[in-house]
Design a protein. Structure first.
Ligand SMILES: [Zn+2]
Length: 161
């Protein structure tokens, strides 16, 4: 039977156990590499600027999703952002209760018109709310590996109303 034929008789279905080697590398791309290197090496968060749309976009990408202009101008994201949305997780992905609730937030930044970052919010669930001023807490330089986890999470800025 070829793959163009099909069977409706389940007794004819066969199962052949095999080990299949699949090697691949998923790269973060040119814009992603610039973003992650800045995180790792400089503790900076970069966005990218579209000169046609006059917008700054986060995370950076090679082409503007609105006008398809190639994007090459990286801009630094302000040191503080605002929580735009929060969620509190009390169970793991299998439904097992977590030892402590985990808080996640979508953080946006002044001057960044498109996008933001989703990450851990390093506050207790009772303090997690939209509008909260936050800043990234970076791992120590020697512990950074060039991933989004070089940021431990976002912590509340000390002076909050
Ligand atoms: Zn654009």
């Amino acid at each position: 039977m070829t793959f163009l034929q099909r069977t409706t008789d389940v007794k004819r279905l066969r199962h052949v156990p095999v080990d299949m080697s699949v090697d691949y590398i998923y790269t973060s791309g040119i814009a992603g590499e610039t973003f992650f290197k800045a995180l790792r090496d400089e503790g900076r968060v970069l966005a990218v600027h579209c000169p046609v749309c006059k917008t700054n976009q986060l995370p950076p990408r090679m082409f503007c999703e609105r006008c398809f202009t190639e994007l090459k101008d990286f801009v630094e994201v302000p040191p503080e952002g605002r929580v735009a949305a929060v969620t509190v997780s009390r169970v793991d992905r299998r439904g097992k209760p977590l030892p402590a609730p985990e808080v996640y937030a979508f953080v946006t930044f002044k001057g960044i018109q498109e996008g933001g970052l989703i990450h851990r919010l390093l506050v207790v669930p009772e303090k997690a709310r939209p509008g909260l001023a936050v800043r990234p807490r970076f791992k120590p330089q020697e512990a950074r590996t060039g991933t989004i986890l070089d940021i431990e999470g976002f912590e509340a800025v000390a002076s909050q109303p």
